[in-house]
Design a protein around this ligand. Structure first.
Ligand code: SAH
Length: 219
């Protein structure tokens, strides 16, 4: 089975150790989240194009980010940049409830359908600018930002529970970022670690990059 081989080679084989993450990657049907013409490539070791010039992240990077969030099970999670809904599905296998925000309507609608068809009833998708978070459901135990930000959005920091973790790619240019892990220590104190150099599509919004010079904009 392609998925089993993907997990063996790209996930366990490359150093992912968290059994919950490995099990979730082995369970989520990635082919249900890529466009129909891309199904044969669903388990490739690479990101793949989805609608509106965006991408579904490489399986390894999804596993790497989720492992870095150190989920134990049952958490309330916020994802910014739901895209295809694939990472939200992996999160939903481990956590309690996943709230995911996507700024492109077409992608948000497709993600809702894909997640529903796969039976995920613990994922809630909102079509909005995710840089402002989802105040109504805050605080979150864990926040995953799946697009590259110029700085860590302040609203996301303020919606992170004490003891909560956020993983976010941050870079001064749009093409390349440093993956950061931020931990809320309480009393307004945050620990910050650099995990790896990564490449994500830009986070576009009020506390992200400007829409005007967004090369990935629709139309
Ligand atoms: N996690 C996704 C990867 C999507 S790529 C998956 O598994 O498929 C990043 C996504 O972030 C894109 O779909 C892009 O439209 C979205 N995005 C960019 N800026 C955003 C913002 N401010 N709020 C919400 N989504 C945003």
């Amino acid at each position: 089975m392609q998925r089993k081989r993907m997990v063996a080679r790209q996930i366990s084989g490359r150093g992912i150790r968290d059994a919950k993450v490995i099990a979730a990657m082995g369970k989520v049907q990635r082919e249900a989240f890529v466009s129909p013409g891309m199904r044969e490539r669903a388990y490739d070791d690479s990101p793949l194009p989805i609608a509106a010039g965006q991408t579904i992240s490489q399986p390894y990077i999804v596993a790497y980010m989720i492992e870095a969030l150190n989920l134990q099970g049952g958490e309330k999670v916020l994802e910014i940049g739901a895209g295809s809904g694939y990472a939200a599905a992996v999160l939903a296998e481990i956590a309690g409830t996943v709230y995911a925000i996507e700024r492109i309507g077409e992608l948000a609608r497709t993600a809702v359908q894909s997640l529903k068809s796969q039976g995920y009833d613990n994922v809630h998708i909102m079509h909005s600018d995710g840089t402002r978070g989802w105040e109504e459901h805050a605080p979150f135990d864990v926040i995953l930002v799946s697009a590259g930000a110029p700085v860590v959005p302040e609203d996301l920091k303020s919606q992170l529970a004490v003891g909560g973790r956020m993983v976010v790619p941050v870079g001064h240019t749009k093409g390349v970022q440093e993956l950061l892990r931020i931990m809320n220590r309480g009393d307004g104190k945050f620990d910050q670690e650099e995990l790896a150099a990564v490449r994500f599509v830009p986070l576009v919004g009020e506390q992200g990059w400007d829409e005007e010079d967004d090369s990935t904009k629709e139309g």
